[in-house]
Design a binder for this molecule. Structure first.
Ligand code: ADP
Length: 730
């Protein structure tokens, strides 16, 4: 619409009031009028008159106040007066133009100017905007409702406990939708069974479960379902009777979807016929979404709480086991440690806890009993004293089979069945057993005893998880006992060993002493024996017959051998008694020379060649080294082969020691005898072949070992020569 009407056109309309134009204007759907400076109508179209409840009446010539009444006039007058100053006025207004005819209008005043620009009058245009306004109002109402819902959602979503959530859902539903009753249904796991989780406005008898074998609910659209006539509800057949009893005639069912699944519904019930406005269904739908979100949150929260509880429980058990482990490892006195474990178990895992173990005579003996109330312990002890474990007890079975027992719930019948007599029954009742775990204490295929955990007063019940835990505890306790046993046994064995070592040492000392004095003391009489038998032979040879002379020779020979034996034995005993310690360095060359000098006659006789080069100094007493070399060189000559003996002494450094080698070209030693020749009296030949006592190498070994070294022989066997090697500290 143009802001102003050209002066010429308006003038024509007003002044001429041509019938033609009038007709056109009357036919217009809008309301049009013309008011002059005196606020007097000069013109109003038919629709205008009709709206103001004055059809057929001519407004022309009448004042606005007269036609519209004082009240409305007072309201519009300021606008009109402003328009008369030349301003175009537009405003919105709601008014009951006649009874039951309230309209929203947009009013426009267009000032009409004269040729000299003074305002002559106002063209009044009224536009009916009722429909638009209503839509706007509805929108605003929905927005307001929804924003209130959002506010309410804070309340819903912030209470994580599902019982609270259900109560809150009903509260919020009541606040937003004015129904007669409300309910929240939950679909159970199997999908066919439904149950009311919360309700309000329904009687207690309103059946709170429903079976939907055909899965009707699942097939309904996932949007709010308004049922204005209950008879026509898709699921009415399932619930007809219940509706009738409650007088329900209409309802609105809103699906609750949790993670895409139909998890339940929020239902609004009406006890009369009810038409559902769009607003109601929209708010109900929003409520449904909210309720589903709140329920889902509550469920997640509940699950989390459960998981957390389980985690805490596991943590508690782990900590307990760790602590029990510490206690068990802290001492080898297992009775003490088992008692400590029992102490730990009460009250964390049991009201009663006890451990019985097998004693020395294979009798089961209680080592510890604990109860949360120390006063009750005496009672438990008295019970055990009067009724020791026997074949009828579950504990006996556990010990025999090595398998634990879990009795989550001890019923009265079980007590009666297990009771031996009235007194026994009375006492068990007094103990208050409600839930029991019996675990064998087993380690290394051996049962040491029995761990009993009992719940009584605290009303807690054992589960499989508790059993697993108790078994672990039992295993650890048994392992600790096993270790303690091993320890005791090994301590006893060590003790015995030490004892026999001491004895051996004493016996050895005695033997040494005896051997020393014997070999020493016997030398003299032997010498006398040999001297006098020789004298006898020389002086009385002419008077003795041949036989007697031969016998005398035997005696002389025997005495010499005995002397040799005694001498060697003495040397051996001295070698055995060498006190270990740091020795001065001796020059191996010088000692070799000395040994060679001592063996001079044998060397000459056998035409042996003994050689050596670049020999080091070693830490050993000179006499011992002389003895060693002399024995080895002597043997090399004695056990020579067909060739003239060639003996070579050499040495090489081996870490912190010198390895000294005496190599010969003699008869050699077969590998299988190489270890035994170092034994006392061990010889590979008889006396007729090679004289000797079998002590020489034994002495060498003792000497070398006393200095921390070792001795061995290398030989390829018969006829290939031997190399005797020994090590000595550098
Ligand atoms: P004995 O020489 O008095 O018999 P030994 O203890 O010195 O006693 O030696 C033990 C045995 O080792 C000897 O009987 C001999 O059989 C063997 N034996 C020792 N040295 C040699 C050697 N150099 N070559 C071959 N055999 C040897």
């Amino acid at each position: 619409m143009p802001d102003t009407i050209p002066a010429s056109t308006a003038a024509t309309t007003a002044s001429e009031g041509g019938a033609q134009l009038r007709l056109v204007i009357d036919a217009l759907p809008g309301l049009i009028a013309y008011v002059d400076r005196d606020l007097r109508y000069r013109f109003a179209n038919a629709r205008h008159s009709e709206w103001f409840g004055r059809p057929g009446q001519d407004f022309a010539g009448r004042t606005v106040r007269e036609m519209l009444g004082q009240e409305l006039f007072s309201f519009i007058r300021p606008y009109m007066e402003r328009a008369l100053t030349g301003e175009k006025i537009v405003y919105e207004h709601t008014y009951a133009y006649r009874p039951n005819f309230v309209r929203d209008v947009q009013v426009t005043y267009l000032p009409e100017r004269d040729s000299d620009a003074t305002v002559k009058g106002i063209v009044v245009v009224l536009e009916d905007i009722t429909a638009r306004k209503q839509a706007e109002r509805a929108q605003r109402q929905i927005e307001r409702q929804l924003s209130l819902l959002v506010e309410a959602s804070g309340k819903l979503l912030s209470s994580p406990d599902s019982a609270d959530v259900l109560r809150n859902i009903l509260d919020v539903a009541e606040a937003f939708i004015d129904a007669d009753a409300y309910s929240v249904w939950r679909r159970l796991e199997d999908g066919r069974q439904w149950q009311i989780a919360a309700m309000s406005g329904l009687s207690e008898n309103y059946s709170n479960s429903m079976t939907d074998p055909e899965g009707i609910a699942e097939r309904l659209p996932r949007t709010p379902l308004p049922v204005e006539d209950i008879e026509k509800a898709p699921f009415a057949d399932l619930r007809r009777e219940a509706y009738q009893k409650e007088g329900i005639q209409a309802l609105l069912a809103v699906p609750l979807q949790i993670r895409g699944d139909l998890a339940g519904s929020l239902v609004f019930y009406y006890r009369g016929k009810h038409r559902f406005s769009e607003l109601e269904t929209r708010v109900a739908s929003a409520l449904g979404n909210l309720a589903a979100a709140a329920l889902s949150t509550a469920e997640i929260y509940a699950r989390q709480k459960e998981l957390r509880k389980a985690a805490e429980e596991a943590e508690r058990k782990a900590q307990f086991l760790a602590r029990a482990g510490q206690v068990l490892a802290s001492s080898l006195n297992y009775e003490e440690t088992l008692a400590a474990v029992v102490d730990l178990a009460v009250p964390a895992f049991a009201d009663w806890a006890s451990v019985d173990i097998f004693g020395a005579n294979n009798e089961l003996r209680r080592v510890s009993l604990k109860h949360i109330d120390p006063a009750k312990i005496a009672m438990g002890e008295e019970f055990r004293r009067r009724y020791p474990l026997d074949e009828r007890d579950a504990g006996t079975l556990v010990i025999r089979t090595g398998k634990s027992i879990l009795a989550p719930e001890i019923t009265e019948e079980m007590l009666i069945q297990g009771a031996r007599n009235a007194e026994h029954l009375r006492m068990i009742r007094e103990l208050g057993l409600k839930s029991v775990i019996l675990v064998p204490l087993r380690a290394n295929e051996r049962t040491f005893g029995l761990l009993s955990l009992v719940m009584a007063e605290s009303d807690r019940r054992y589960t499989e998880a508790d059993l697993a835990f108790a078994e672990e505890l039992g295993r650890r306790a048994a392992a600790a006992m096993h270790n303690a046993h091993l320890f005791t046994e090994s301590r006893e064995a060590q003790e015995a060993l030490r004892h026999s070592n001491d004895e051996l040492q004493r016996a050895n000392d005695d033997l040494n002493q005896f051997a020393y004095s014997a070999s020493h003391d016997l030398q003299e009489p032997l010498r006398i024996l040999s001297i006098y038998s020789q004298l006898l032979h020389r002086k009385y040879e002419s008077r003795l017959d041949e036989k007697a002379c031969e016998y005398l020779d035997f005696i002389v020979e025997g005495a010499k051998r005995m002397e040799m034996l005694l001498r060697d034995l003495l040397a051996f005993i001295q070698a055995v008694n060498i006190a270990p310690g740091q020795m001065p360095l001796v020059d191996l060359c010088a000692v070799a020379e000395k040994a060679i000098a001592n063996l001079k006659s044998a060397i000459i006789e056998s035409e042996a060649a003994v050689s050596y080069s670049e020999l080091p100094s070693v830490r050993i007493l000179e006499t011992h080294l002389t003895q060693l070399l002399q024995n080895l060189i002597g043997n090399a000559i004695k056990y020579r082969g067909k060739e003239k003996p060639e003996i070579r002494i050499g040495a090489k450094r081996e870490g912190a020691a010198w390895e000294i080698r005496v190599k010969d070209n003699g008869i050699g030693i077969a590998p299988e005898y190489q270890a035994q020749i170092f034994g006392l009296f061990k010889r590979l030949h008889n006396r007729d072949q090679y004289p000797g006592t079998g002590i020489g190498l034994a002495i060498c070994q003792k000497v070398v070992e006393r200095y921390g070294g070792r001795i061995w022989v290398e030989s390829a066997g018969n006829g290939s020569g031997s190399t005797f090697c020994f090590t000595l500290p550098a």
